[in-house]
Design a protein around this ligand. Structure first.
Ligand SMILES: C[S@@+](CC[C@H](N)C(=O)[O-])C[C@H]1O[C@@H](n2cnc3c(N)ncnc32)[C@H](O)[C@@H]1O
Length: 273
């Protein structure tokens, strides 16, 4: 079973592959020109088909690799490093789980959830292979627990299954190509759900802002978005701790991707009069 799409012409390698109305871009767009209520099944169909997964890069996000390497000194991680129990991280819409393994290598109890059971099977196979490879070459092994689970990000059943509290149980959420994979009408729901899942005061949402180069009116997925849209979605309940252009990112976002990091604030206490 090939773990990577065999037809590389169907991949989104560069921004041009998404900006030009290529066959792959149009195929992806037309696949989702159906009512939003049926989109979950449309993702499942793509994974079951297995030959058209144009987003799949085959590696963890370089921008996340670099940010996690600052874990000791970057203030956004301080609270996690002083936690008594295991620190927890979630990758919504994890696909083949590349970023899940990376977070576990940094000590997180890392959870990857995907609506497709086939995606989760692929992720398990890829992570198992990768751990064997790392053992052979003496590479960094995961020190945190890994849970790969199929489920709907918006529902609570999968959170309970991994033994984490859906109300504030996660220290980190990493979003790459999940928020923008969904129809833009769902964005406020995604933001509210991420807020619910994160721990108050220390929970951080790390967002790889992408595809900033794509005009919103050209449709998706991935649907075009601007940094100001992230501000609008997360700025109210989260504190924006970082916003920068990463030195390294997936090729498709080079020169445009930004990283924003959002801390879930502790709700203000009401004092008695
Ligand atoms: C564009 S892909 C990105 C995958 C992965 N983050 C990556 O970069 O390779 C979006 C993923 O979200 C998943 N997905 C879509 N709707 C979902 C939902 N409601 N809950 C969980 N996963 C979902 C899809 O199956 C798909 O794997």
């Amino acid at each position: 079973m090939p773990l990577h799409p065999s037809n590389t012409e169907d991949m989104f390698h560069t921004a041009e592959d998404i900006l030009q109305p290529t066959q792959a871009r149009e195929r992806f767009r037309e696949h989702f020109l159906v009512p939003i209520e049926t989109h979950d099944q449309k993702w499942v169909d793509l994974w079951e088909g297995g030959e058209f997964l144009p987003w799949d890069k085959g590696t963890a996000s370089p921008a996340l690799v670099d940010l996690l390497n600052q874990q000791k000194e970057n203030p956004i991680f301080v609270a996690h490093n002083h936690k008594s129990g295991p620190k927890t991280a979630l990758v919504p819409g994890c696909g083949r789980g590349y970023d899940v393994l990376l977070l576990a290598q940094h000590g997180y109890h890392a959870v990857g959830v995907d609506i497709s059971a086939k995606a989760i099977d692929d992720a398990q196979a890829w992570i198992d292979n990768e751990i064997q490879r790392l053992k052979a070459v003496g590479g960094p092994l995961p020190t945190g627990q890994i849970d790969l689970i199929s489920g709907d990000f918006f529902k609570d059943d999968w959170v309970a299954q991994v033994g984490i509290d859906a109300n504030g149980g996660f220290d980190v959420i990493y979003d790459y190509a999940f928020l923008v994979a969904l129809n833009p009408a769902l964005r406020t729901n995604v933001a509210a759900r991420m807020h619910q899942l994160l721990a108050p005061g220390q929970g951080v949402l790390i967002a790889l802002e992408y595809p900033l180069f794509r005009p919103v009116e050209t449709g998706g997925p991935p649907h075009g978005i601007r940094s100001s849209d992230y501000d609008g979605l997360f700025g109210g309940k989260f504190l924006k701790a970082l916003h920068y252009m990463p030195e390294r990112t997936h090729k498709v976002g080079e020169g445009s991707d930004m990283v924003s990091v959002w801390v879930k604030q502790i709700p203000p206490k009401y004092s008695k009069m």
